[in-house]
Design a protein around this ligand. Structure first.
Ligand code: CP
Length: 360
């Protein structure tokens, strides 16, 4: 079974196939209007969403398929204590493919352990958001014509920002990628991404204290919201929430050929005077999300029937004495099998496979 839990579950070749299919769908939409006739997508959203859930829904409808699911876990039997894995066993009886968003990290991966249909991670806590990454890659390709030789500036919440984590993982596999990381120290990129992702692939990254001094070097400026819902200390959120704001004045220092992306929703981090700048690509990015999800649904349904296709999926095993310290990891909240693996780039470090936290 092919699932999409982490952007690296897809090879660079598979990503290229999905992007090419999305571009063909954009050019020939009517040809795809019946290709999922009789198929059902289940959208299991345990956490709020506008773009991801509705673009999945819209994508399946444009393919001629149907959609079932819930947008609020309180309206499902989850509110009675049903586990993620039991819910998925049930939904397997009704749907051909499942898109799941969950505030608990690793929940979609736990779902793959029991599922008879493909699982798509539509965002798990602060961990990963691979379909946003597919959206971002299609947008970068359409805006700049290439995924190689790009300097990407990430701004805002790099600690809890799952879209940032996933896009960094994906972009390390393209040629001559460079990252500029702009965040308050409290919201810096987690160490595991720097070591096990950037260092592993030899990708150059540097940290900066402001947008103005680096914007002229940047091809993709990836703005993110400081996410109030991830903070336990509201005072800390108030202190950092407006640290970095992009406005039309700062855009004057940017290259003529560059693009501003944002997974949205935005709060204050992009002033509305940027919206009319042709380099502001964030609303085009939303529409690309629908097309890339159409392509992803088609490919996952096709690949699950291909006996020749080999799938690289997260592994891991119980290791005596290892425990995940992350209170919002599925391994601490539901009865799933422990899965740990040794870090290849940090000697002696063992990580939880569900959430990638360093094990205790
Ligand atoms: N980009 C994104 O994930 O948006 P939603 O939270 O609205 O789905």
């Amino acid at each position: 079974m092919k699932h999409l839990i982490d952007p690296t579950d897809l090879s660079v070749q598979e990503i290229a196939e999905i992007i090419a299919l999305a571009e063909d769908i954009i050019a020939n939409r009517e040809q795809y209007s019946e290709v999922c006739r009789g198929k059902k997508l289940a959208t299991l959203f345990y956490e709020p969403s506008t773009r991801t859930r509705l673009s999945f829904t819209s994508a399946m409808m444009e393919l001629g398929g149907n959609v079932i699911g819930f947008a609020d876990a309180r309206s499902s039997s989850v509110s009675k204590g049903e586990t993620v894995q039991d819910t998925v066993r049930v939904i397997n009886c009704f749907a051909d493919i499942i898109a799941m968003r969950h505030k608990v990290e690793g929940a979609p991966l736990a779902a793959t352990e029991v599922s008879r249909t493909p699982i798509i991670n539509a965002g798990d806590g602060s961990h990963s958001h691979p379909t946003q990454t597919m959206t971002d890659l299609l947008t970068i390709k359409r805006e700049l014509g290439t995924l190689n030789n790009l300097t990407i500036g990430f701004v805002g919440d790099l600690k809890y920002g799952r879209t940032v984590h996933s896009l960094i993982k994906a972009m390390t596999r393209y040629q001559n990628t460079k990252f500029v990381l702009i965040s308050p120290p409290e919201l810096a990129l987690p160490d595991y991404i720097k070591r096990d992702v950037c260092d592993r692939y030899g990708v150059e990254y540097r940290e900066a204290n402001d947008i103005e001094s680096v914007i002229g070097d940047i091809d993709i400026l990836y703005m993110t919201r400081v996410q109030q819902e991830r903070f336990t200390d509201l005072a800390e959120y108030e202190r950092v929430k407006d640290c970095f704001i992009l406005d039309a004045n700062k855009m004057q220092g940017a290259k003529q050929r560059m693009a501003v992306l944002h997974p949205l929703p935005r709060v204050n981090e992009i002033a509305i005077d940027v919206d009319s700048d042709p380099r502001a690509a964030y609303f085009r990015q939303v529409e690309n999300g629908k097309f890339v999800r159409m392509a992803l649904i088609l490919k996952l349904l096709e690949w699950q029937n291909d006996p020749e296709r080999k799938f690289a999926q997260a592994d891991g095993r119980a290791i005596a004495g290892c425990k995940c310290p992350n209170p919002v990891c599925i391994s601490n909240l539901e009865p799933v099998r422990p899965r740990f693996e040794e870090s290849q780039f940090e000697p002696g470090v063992v990580r939880c496979v569900y959430c990638e936290s360093k094990a205790e």
